[in-house]
Design a protein around this ligand. Structure first.
Ligand SMILES: [Zn+2]
Ligand SMILES: [Zn+2]
Length: 486
């Protein structure tokens, strides 16, 4: 929250402007109401202030809004609203909006800011009301009821849609569809009319994202195309929606295996997020994590790891967070996969501690997988075999055939190292029959068949198993990739 008290410089500025109409009348009130601010101006100077002390009024606010955008005026008004009940009564919700972080932190407040602040403040309540209805009725309300035509509500729907897309894709789609209906109907008296295209683009992108998470890639793509059309019709940019839209589009491009397009979208999103006031560090880190995934899928491992380090540096000053734990988990995955076991071992307790402190559930299967690799690399084969089997079982139960295959192959490398060739043979036969029944790409299945055959005829080499692990890792991002042993 922004500090409301005046600092030295603003105290001096305030004093220097004591003859200005609004400030002049309110200064004595502020000096008498706030001891901290009063100390900033030496008491002998207080004598030169206007003798009249009075509360701020709604007219003061209106006058400041229409005639002056001097941040100092707003700071004084917001401060009085926060500390004096009578001023607060007069200034409406100014103090509360500030308290909730819904006004510009530097007090450069305009009528548009207050409009948006109020709209965003009311949004969670409106969202509950529209979602309390049966789904069909919620769509009727969106089409016909004026009260829901709110800028903040559309933003809130988009943000909720994004955060529940992993856990409740149906709700994510409902929310984004409601936002898509409402966005073009919203009016803002302080913006040119076509600015609504910016909001609408935002809604379309979230609808596309909700379709993407349920693998409806084609309809998802259409939504993003519509979003682009709206973006092209947006002449002046007032909001920071574009970088989010690009980040969502990159996720679609990743699912479509369009890696170079995804990298372009992410680069553009990152640039925009960086120049924004406040720099949107969480968004920047999210974009970097996306970039890491694209780079590992396209086998650009070194740059991938550097990308994670960049995300780590961004998030470090703010301390532990959900995003920081995701970065750490990916770092661990990378280090254990590329054989840097000592470093992975060093980071593991940090992840456990961070997730425990935050009350988060780390991805337990991924963590088991990482531990299995570390055990393999640090001379604990029995533990390693047990953990790989655990991870394999979890992936199979969750119907994640691809990952189960990858873990199984890593398990085969330990068994091979231990000379347990019969177990490798059994594993290979079991994998082939399991994955024939599961959804797994044709090329990957062919690679598994080759593995099974080599094991059955005792022609399997450690090299071949390692090549297969490497192949399955790369083919995650490119299912058409044929297996080509070295
Ligand atoms: Zn103060
Ligand atoms: Zn007052």
């Amino acid at each position: 929250m922004t500090q409301l008290h005046l600092d030295n410089a603003s105290g001096e500025a305030l004093f220097a402007r004591r003859k200005e109409a609004i400030l002049g009348r309110l200064q004595r009130h502020l000096m008498n109401s706030c001891a901290t601010c009063s100390e900033k101006i030496p008491s002998e100077k207080h004598h030169s202030l206007s003798q009249r002390e009075r509360h701020a009024t709604a007219e003061d606010l209106a006058q400041v809004l229409t005639s002056d955008t001097d941040p100092l005026h707003f700071q004084v008004l917001v401060h009085l609203a926060a500390i004096c009940p009578q001023c607060n009564d007069q200034l409406g919700d100014l103090g509360q909006l500030h308290e909730e972080g819904l006004l510009p932190a530097d007090f450069s407040i305009t009528e548009l800011d207050i409009f948006l602040g109020r709209s965003r403040h009311a949004a969670p309540g409106l969202l509950r009301r529209i979602l309390d209805q049966p789904e069909e009725a919620s769509f009727r309300s969106a089409h016909h009821e004026e009260e829901f035509r709110s800028w903040g509500l559309v933003e809130e729907m988009c943000s909720e849609s994004r955060s529940c897309s992993g856990t409740d894709p149906e709700k994510a789609f409902q929310l984004a569809s409601l936002a898509d209906i409402l966005a073009p109907l919203v009016r803002c008296p302080f913006l040119p009319k076509d600015c609504v295209n910016e909001l609408w683009m935002f809604a379309k992108a979230h609808k596309g994202n909700a379709l993407r998470v349920v693998d409806q890639l084609h309809p998802a793509n259409s939504q993003f195309l519509e979003a682009e059309l709206l973006w092209n019709r947006t002449r002046t940019q007032y909001f920071h929606y574009r970088e989010r839209v690009l980040s969502l589009r990159a996720s679609l491009e990743m699912d479509q295996r369009k890696f170079s397009e995804a990298l372009e979208s992410l680069a553009e999103a990152l640039e925009l997020a960086k120049v924004t006031q406040g720099q949107q560090l969480d968004l920047q880190a999210t974009i970097l994590i996306q970039k890491y995934l694209v780079l590992t899928y396209s086998s650009n491992e070194i740059e991938a790891f550097q990308t994670l380090e960049e995300a780590e540096r961004l998030l470090e000053p703010a301390g532990p967070s959900r995003l920081a734990s995701i970065v750490l988990q990916n770092q661990l995955d990378y280090l254990s996969r590329t054989g840097d076991y000592p470093e992975a071992q060093r980071l593991l307790p940090r992840l456990e501690e961070m997730t425990a402190d935050l009350g988060l559930e780390p991805d337990p299967v991924k963590l088991t997988w990482t531990r299995a690799r570390i055990a393999q690399g640090t001379g604990a084969p029995e533990t390693s075999i047990r953990l790989f089997q655990e991870a394999q079982q979890s992936f199979l139960e969750a119907n994640q055939g691809y990952r189960a295959a990858l873990v199984s192959l890593e398990l085969a490398t330990v068994l091979f190292e231990q000379g347990q060739l019969q177990e490798v043979q059994q594993l290979a036969a079991q994998m082939l029959s399991v994955f024939r029944a599961q959804e797994i790409d044709r090329e990957a299945l062919a690679a598994l068949a080759l593995f099974e055959q080599a094991a059955a005829t005792k022609q399997l080499t450690e090299r071949l198993v390692r090549d297969l692990v490497d192949y399955f890792h790369r083919a995650q991002g490119n299912p058409k990739l044929p297996f080509d042993p070295s």
